[in-house]
Design a binder for this molecule. Structure first.
Ligand code: NAP
Length: 278
């Protein structure tokens, strides 16, 4: 299978390159391909002639999306449209990596692939627009919503906590947002397994279990053996620019129905990531 990965320099992109390592796989980082440039996207997909494009490039800075909505729309919505159009022209299938932030967090139970979306942030709105444009443009799509992504390469919550835990004696972490931390070394191979099923559609892929950011931080410090005084705070007090869903746990059952094994419990994979980061 010939595979092309966008956003190959990102934390998921890095592990996607490894997961598709036995395939005829190429990865393009931001410097090699700006997905918001339609002509470049069409040319890249035409030249690589892939069977599958895994579109992992995105403007992922959730708070910056509020300040720079034009960039969010251009990259997350239009860029995904260009990739889908290029795939249609080249007769390729596509994986679009999306997010739990397409939901408002008010449902009170894990979201299935069929629950209505209602994003509360610019990031979520632009990613949801990307989903719609992909669905409308290319039948052979897999939309993979995931959450709270953590990997060895790139910035993420685990790395931030490890740094802050070493710099500070005490810190406060939000305790009123619940989600499922998901690890790129589990997610990337799961995306590959899904992408060879031929069962196109919208899937949720996250590690098993859930926690709040506060609980997640405590687990990070426990795994790393860092003694730091962590106290819970709430979203309003923390005051981040972008609103976030309070409960965005994703129900992975559709992936199970097409034969995928569940991803490991988040705590197991956190242990592995902390060990890898040393
Ligand atoms: N991180 C999370 O918690 C999370 C949660 C749910 C879903 N997701 C989704 O998972 C996917 C992978 O995210 P990630 O965590 O791996 O994020 P990441 O590390 O930020 O990777 C995204 C990559 O996209 C690149 N990029 C940004 N604008 C681009 C453009 N115009 N053209 C081409 N590349 C561009 C970035 O390059 P620069 O660094 O140079 O800008 C970066 O290398 C994304 O679709 C994201 O929306 C992430």
């Amino acid at each position: 299978m010939r595979v092309l990965i966008t956003g190959a320099g990102g934390q998921l992109g890095h592990d996607l390159l490894a997961a598709f390592g036995d395939d005829d796989c190429a990865g393009l980082g931001h410097a090699e391909l700006d997905v918001s440039d339609e002509a470049s996207v069409v040319a890249a997909v035409r030249d690589h002639a892939p069977d599958l494009v895994v579109h992992a490039a995105a403007f992922t800075k959730v708070d910056a999306c509020e300040a720079e909505p034009d960039v969010a729309w251009r990259v997350n919505a239009l860029g995904s449209w260009w990739v889908a159009r290029a795939c249609a022209l080249a007769d390729a299938a596509m994986v679009y990596v999306s997010t739990d932030y397409v939901f408002d967090g008010l449902l009170g139970r894990p979201y299935t692939s069929f629950d209505p979306t209602n994003p509360v942030s610019m990031y979520g709105r632009s990613k949801e627009a990307g989903e719609q444009l992909v669905r409308q443009t290319l039948a052979r799509h897999y939309i993979v919503r995931t959450s709270w992504v953590q990997g060895a390469h790139g910035g993420n919550f685990v790395k931030t906590m490890l740094r802050l835990g070493r710099e500070r004696d005490a810190l406060s972490v939000v305790d009123d947002q619940t989600g499922s931390p998901t690890f790129t070394f589990d997610l990337a191979p799961a995306i590959r397994r899904l992408a060879v099923t031929g069962r196109h559609g919208t899937y949720h892929l996250t590690n098993r279990g859930h926690c709040t950011w506060f609980e997640f931080a405590r687990a990070v410090f426990s795994e790393a053996g860092i003694a730091v005084d962590v106290s819970p705070t709430d979203t309003a007090t923390f005051g981040a620019p972008a609103p976030r869903p309070s409960y965005s746990v994703l129900d992975n059952r559709l992936a199970g129905m097409v034969g995928l094994q569940p991803l490991p419990p988040w705590r197991t994979s956190l242990k592995r990531l902390v060990a890898e980061l040393g």
